[in-house]
Design a protein around this ligand. Sequence first.
Ligand code: SAM
Length: 426
Amino acid sequence: MTDPNQREIIVAILEEVLEEGKYSHLVLGATLEKYQYLSKQQRAFITRVTQGTIERLLQIDAILGQFVKKPKVPKMKPLIRTVLRSSVYQIVFMDGVPDAAVCNEAVRIVKNHGLGGLSGFVNGVLRNISRNKDSITYKGLSEAYSMPQWIIDAWEEQFGGETTKQILEELLEEKKTCIRVNTGNISVEELTKNLRAQGITVEPCEEIPYALYISGYDYLRGIPEFLAGDFYIQDFSSMMVAHSAGIQQGDHVIDVCAAPGGKSLHAAELLAGTGLVEARDLSDHKVSILEENIRRMGLANIRAEKWDATILNEESIGQADVVICDAPCSGLGVVAKKPDIKYHMTKETQKELAILQRQILDVVCAYVKAGGTLMYSTCTISSQENEDNVTWFLEKHPDFSLETEKQFLPKAGKQDGFFLAKMKKR
Ligand SMILES: C[S@@+](CC[C@H](N)C(=O)[O-])C[C@H]1O[C@@H](n2cnc3c(N)ncnc32)[C@H](O)[C@@H]1O
């Protein structure tokens, strides 16, 4: 557990995410791929500490604020700040990691980076926190649940205090990965057997027979069945889009915001080799991600295309049995798995996103055939981006009617926060 290398790696990841603003899941994924020689335990430790530190950042900074009078956290040297933050996470939120080892490692890293003059400060702060863990207090929900205040305010207004507290609690609980089995490649039973043989815990998902929860695995790309396209990582709430769209064999599906491809690939799988899915996204980079996933899943009835969804594609008018509009959104429903989102998002950006979502809906509804279906979804729980947009859309487009609308709230070990609306064109 105390291999010196691990904590150096953790600090390097956190510096990229917290100091340079890169996305944690991308930096962590790339790092785990780079250090394939590490053991499964070491990788699990790196994942837990980096994700935990990001997830609990406001809480950790509040703790540091209680124990360090000067300098304030924002005024600290970036490396010192990162070492302290990741060490506080281990001392306060992890059992089974000796505090003395955490302090010693922090001192060693600081010295290795030429900041030996500050090693006494780092050592003193961490040992003080270790001795006084029980006296830590938090001012308000924002500190206690590490969630920016503006998000709490918005949720309290929308859901009330009790539900907001429940959401905040769920977001910090243990997470499981939900996968969609590519049943064209392998049966659910066979995949379950293969994964269990590798020591992976596999549990069924009650709502969708071809969805499973997996945990205790090392590294995604280290699972041969992942590389073979036998499964795709997708939350069950997100699977509900293609699952409940009423896709029939031979259908033409247009997914207007498709990358990395979860819903498009799912639709193509449901079409079982028939029909066509046009999977569109904004940039060449996104299209190449779509193409890579299409190749991995081995599907022939789907093609990736570059197209800006805010621009009308004349050729697509009235062509689709199903249009999937999984719009760019604030992502606040998935902060349990991508915790840095909550610090990047702002009220202003959220407003801009709601406008963009309306713009996209307004254009892409033209692609739906008479009698066809428009699926609108987001991975957020904000009514501004969800129900309000649907109401606005239905008023503006009376030829569409609402069939179902569902807001999934985040539930630990079960589902992300997600919204979907199924609309029918008369
Ligand atoms: C929520 S993600 C889509 C996730 C995807 N549907 C899935 O299930 O894997 C939103 C996507 O919208 C794309 N996007 C943003 N603005 C767009 C636009 N104007 N036109 C098309 N795609 C856009 C983003 O690049 C991003 O890939």
